[in-house]
Design a binder for this molecule. Structure first.
Ligand SMILES: [Zn+2]
Length: 98
């Protein structure tokens, strides 16, 4: 378990054996905005990087108030996730972000 600060909020990030969304479906992760909690499933280790970026984007949209500007937040986050992950990995590889 760890925490990450997004704006004025402190989100706790933890892993769980199984993560179930509000609609009852097992999922890779979820963001609980009421409790500033991000839960990542241990079931999908190969998707861990994508999932944490995905859930952090949800948290950033909520913490910044930008979620109200997006009509389909899930689609928005799904489209941005691979691009953001790729850029972060490139920045780390080029030692521009350490
Ligand atoms: Zn999502």
């Amino acid at each position: 378990m760890t925490t990450i600060k997004i704006g004025s909020r402190q989100f706790t990030i933890k892993r769980a054996s199984v993560v179930v969304s509000s609609n009852g479906q097992e999922c890779h992760g979820l963001t609980d905005h009421l409790n500033d909690l991000i839960v990542l499933s241990k079931q999908y280790p190969t998707h861990h990087k994508d999932t944490i970026i995905h859930e952090l984007l949800h948290a950033m949209l909520d913490a910044s108030g930008a979620s109200r500007l997006v009509s389909d937040e899930e689609l928005f986050v799904r489209i941005l996730t691979p691009h953001l992950l790729s850029v972060i990995q490139q920045l780390i590889a080029k030692k521009l972000l350490q």
